[in-house]
Design a protein around this ligand. Structure first.
Ligand code: IMP
Length: 427
């Protein structure tokens, strides 16, 4: 490894958890660097399914230290609930580290997220309503409350008074809601959350660098994905953090020269939840089939995901934005019963054919996909155990996708289980 980033190349839900879990087998540390419990990773281990939101995927291995980095926004109530769920299923959660510099999501952030969405009406973003945007907004406004603030009651109460001095004006005067009492909230957090979280609060920068200096493998786990990035995604239909590779550096406290390998996870088709442009979106039977077979409903919110064919224009852009060294393809088996499968290789916009992502979003809204079609493989890939067993048509699809993206495909997932994957070599 030693320092590897795993991140999503589309609009999230690529199945990052599966490969993060796989790579974590060789890592001593798995670090989340952005986002919060808007993420949802499902890991299937020995037939048992674990749904994680905040805790890094590596938690299921006894030898890894899962780290919640400084760039993450942490709802302390959710973190505790997740730890309790894991403990009750026999997972040791005492190894988890939470950066003292990570910011807290508190209940008023969630209330504001929901109120902002309602206020936007038809222009709503379709957020997860987990308080992500308001918590990052407070961080930028210097009104945020950090995990370390809980360790000093006087500071914690003072900061809550300041933050709520602002938030309460918005709640009462803009949204006509009741104000939140800062001291009551402080009492709740300090009595219900702090005792469970305090032993985990750490100087994550020091611990991550100690591991890197000792030559250990450190895995940086992105949540959401490239096209939900606040700077590089389809703004404003994005999340409020930087899932791209640069976000791993700021959100974990490492410089770019530490990173050796950057693996982009791409689904063999694409899905998107919430609003925003989506050139290859399908509104036909093929789309319904992808949703049904791929069980494309939000892990957290239960929302139906919007389906579409895989888009190489976006993948090429993701390769550039993230300096991807390779791609890992997930859910190839979902396409097993399709007679024809497609890759979008370019867009037709106002009669012109282009192969790069237009910077002007109105153009993305207008883009008509240009497809390369491939014969399907009509084979159950979930039972294929080595790369030689892959049907030629599946290889043709993968090799064409790698060629279009401009980086090799090194891993292919052929089912939800931990063991259902193939190490791939692009031809
Ligand atoms: P937020 O992150 O809750 O503010 O939501 C902003 C946008 O990101 C919405 O379109 C969400 O549907 C999307 N989003 C946030 N987290 C995820 C995720 O883990 N998977 C897919 N989409 C997400």
């Amino acid at each position: 490894m030693p320092a590897t980033i795993v991140l999503g190349t589309q609009w999230g839900d690529e199945g990052k958890g599966k490969f993060t879990d796989l790579l974590a087998a060789d890592a001593s540390m798995v670090v989340r660097y952005q986002g919060g419990h808007n993420a949802g990773h499902t890991l299937v281990v020995k037939g048992e399914s674990f749904a994680l939101q905040l805790v890094p995927s590596g938690v299921l291995y006894p030898h890894t230290t899962p780290v919640i980095g400084n760039g993450v926004v942490v709802d302390p109530f959710v973190l505790l609930a997740e730890m309790e769920m894991l403990s009750s299923r026999g997972v040791d959660v005492s190894r988890i580290r939470v950066s003292g510099n990570a910011h807290l999501i508190l209940p008023y952030h969630q209330q504001l997220d929901a109120l902002h969405e309602r206020h936007l009406g038809n222009a709503k973003l379709g957020t997860t309503k987990r308080g992500i945007g308001p918590a990052y907004a407070d961080k930028s406004m210097r009104l945020g409350i950090r995990v370390q603030d809980m360790l000093d009651e006087k500071i914690f109460r003072a900061k809550l008074h300041t933050a709520l001095g602002h938030a309460n004006k918005v709640l009462t005067k803009v949204f006509n809601r009741l104000p939140v009492d800062p001291d009551q909230l402080a009492d709740r957090v300090l009595t219900e959350c702090l005792p469970g979280i305090q032993p985990l609060i750490a100087d994550s920068i020091n611990e991550i660098h100690a591991a890197l200096e000792a030559g250990e493998n450190v895995l940086f786990e992105g949540a959401q994905a490239t096209f939900l990035d606040l700077d590089h995604g389809t703004y404003p239909f994005v999340t409020s953090s930087n899932p791209t590779a640069g976000g791993a550096c700021t959100g974990a406290g490492v410089g770019p020269r530490h990173i050796d390998r950057i693996i982009g996870i791409a689904k063999a088709y694409v899905t998107r939840v919430g609003a925003g442009p989506f050139p290859t979106e399908l509104f036909d039977d093929d789309g319904d089939k992808m949703v049904d077979i791929g069980r494309e409903y939000g892990t957290n919110t239960g929302r139906r995901r919007r389906p579409g064919w895989v888009d190489a224009v976006m993948l090429r852009h993701a390769v550039r934005l993230n300096s991807l060294t390779e791609l890992a393809i997930t859910k190839l088996d979902v396409l097993d019963t399709f007679d024809t499968v497609k890759i979008c290789t370019g867009y037709r916009i106002d009669g012109h054919e282009i192969t790069t992502l237009p910077y002007h979003q109105s153009q993305i809204h207008k883009a008509e996909p240009i497809y390369e079609e491939f014969a399907g493989w009509n084979t159950d890939l979930t039972t294929v155990t080595d790369v030689e067993g892959l049907p030629a048509n599946a290889r043709r699809f993968l090799d064409a996708l790698a060629k279009q993206a401009g980086v090799p495909i090194t891993l292919v997932s052929t089912g939800p289980g931990r063991a259902q994957y193939l190490e791939y070599e692009t031809r």
